[in-house]
Design a protein around this ligand. Structure first.
Ligand code: NAP
Length: 239
């Protein structure tokens, strides 16, 4: 691992942990961030920020920086950058690091759907929803004029927030107590979530306790590359 030149496509907690571990093992690690979060938690090692300019730009970067291994540790819903990585990698080995999807427990009430568009359509007329899908896609819910509720995200959305919606800017982690208080306080009838996966998060437990149905959006398909669901597993494969 010593001095191995590794590019980590990041923007997730798992990517940061991978960078920290690989730097500790002596690898030459560069983490790439899209540059959408104003004050990201920074990983150990080198950092580059901003798009590469599509798959071609990424291929050029891999060549110029003499990258020997790419770890795609981007969010399971970041489909474009993963497609670009698969197209650009060529002879450079590419691994994916992403948490396992959440599975519903016996006490959960989930309405599964395949996309944001489907989630928007699933909500009944005049539903009051807590939408936690990130700033890029929340506008699709605003566009349905009869819906209202809360839209929580880390960075503000570029979409115009209608007056029947309350935008909350917060960064996880959250507790079941605060999540329950939020859902109860705003009389939420549906929670909308992407299946980000990993450790089960408090909003799911809060919704289950309050018998609030969760509209759970499945992950987009990504190109088939060797995938690891945990850091130890990935590190084990490299040594
Ligand atoms: P995306 O739709 O897959 O990518 C859009 C474009 O952003 C890519 O084509 C690429 O631009 C650039 N990009 C994305 N990730 C990058 C990275 N790590 N380094 C350099 N450029 C990157 O991505 P997204 O859904 O907007 O997500 C952006 C970032 O936020 C990702 O890094 C992801 O890990 C993180 N994130 C996303 C979500 C989510 O729900 N989507 C949630 C949490 C964190 P070029 O084509 O110009 O290279």
């Amino acid at each position: 691992m010593r001095n191995k030149r590794i590019l980590i496509l990041g923007g997730t907690g798992l990517a940061r942990l991978a960078a920290d571990s690989l730097v500790a093992q002596g690898a030459h690690v560069t983490t790439s961030l899209a540059g959408v979060t104003r004050q990201p938690h920074l990983p150990e090692g080198h950092l580059r920020v901003g798009g590469f300019g599509g798959a071609e730009g990424l291929a050029e970067f891999l060549n110029d920086a003499k990258i020997e291994l790419v770890i795609d540790a981007t969010h399971p819903f970041a489909a474009q950058i993963s497609a670009n990585a698969a197209a650009a990698a060529g002879r450079v080995p590419l691994l994916r690091l992403e948490p396992k999807a959440w599975l519903p427990q016996s006490y959960d009430v989930w309405v599964n759907c395949a996309s944001i568009a489907e989630a928007v359509q699933l909500l009944p007329p005049n539903a009051i929803a807590a939408v936690t899908v990130g700033r890029k896609e929340v506008g699709a819910f605003f566009a349905r004029g009869d819906l209202s509720g809360i839209a929580r995200m880390i960075e503000p959305t570029a979409a115009l927030v209608p007056k029947n919606w309350r935008m909350i800017l917060q960064r996880p982690p959250f507790t079941v107590e605060t999540e329950s208080a939020l859902l109860r306080g705003d009389h939420i009838e549906f929670l909308v979530s992407k299946n980000a996966g990993g450790a089960r998060v408090a909003k799911l437990d809060a919704a289950a306790q309050l018998a609030i149905p969760v509209v759970m959006i499945a992950r987009p398909l990504k190109p088939p590359v060797p995938t690891f669901h945990g850091l130890e597993e990935l590190l084990g494969s490299l040594n």
